[in-house]
Write a protein that binds this ligand. Structure first.
Ligand code: MG
Ligand code: ZN
Length: 174
């Protein structure tokens, strides 16, 4: 069984412009590529788990969401980072699906498909619901990312950058 770091997409790996649907607007957050390289170097799979309710709300198509993912993957590949999976929830909150975070559905699906031991895995995202999804799926290290530097109220440990998150995750499992 493998270990993994589950990563939120918008506001964690790429800048969150609010319902991103234009691949041309995808910008990696500085420090992301090096941090991901450290984690994969330590044997963690890198798995993106993303709520894309803009699809269910009719703001954009599943295709444009996929194009955004592809663009992000290409930008990461240019920095020699390869993602092991991208799992998206396309539903609106009203659909009451099992995959929308803070539900654990996306993580459970990835774990089943990729052979991941959740108890050796971590979840990182910029919203409380990201860390909650990790906890609910059985990840033991669940971190809340706050890039703005302002105080954030969280039931989870708060990290200020992707490099700091990588450090915390490696420390936690060492
Ligand atoms: Mg986010
Ligand atoms: Zn869903």
């Amino acid at each position: 069984m493998k270990k993994a770091v589950f990563l939120d997409r918008d506001g964690t790996l790429i800048f969150d412009e609010g319902y991103i649907s234009d691949p041309g607007k995808v910008v990696l957050i500085p420090g992301v590529a090096d941090a991901l390289k450290r984690l994969s170097g330590a044997g963690f799979l890198l798995v993106v788990v993303s709520n894309q309710s803009g699809i269910g709300r009719g703001y954009f198509s599943e295709e444009s969401s996929r194009a955004v993912n592809s663009r992000m993957e290409r930008l990461l590949a240019e920095k020699s980072v390869r993602l092991d999976g991208i799992y998206c929830c396309p539903h609106s909150p009203e659909e009451k699906c099992r995959c929308r975070k803070p539900g654990p559905g996306l993580l459970l699906k990835a774990a089943a498909e990729l052979g991941i031991d959740l108890s050796r895995s971590a979840m990182l995202g910029d919203k409380e619901s990201d860390a909650e999804a990790g906890l609910s799926a059985g990840c033991r290290c669940n971190l809340r990312l706050s890039l703005q530097g302002q105080a954030v109220r969280s039931a989870f440990p708060v990290v200020r950058s992707l490099p700091e998150a990588a450090e915390s995750i490696l420390d936690f499992f060492s």
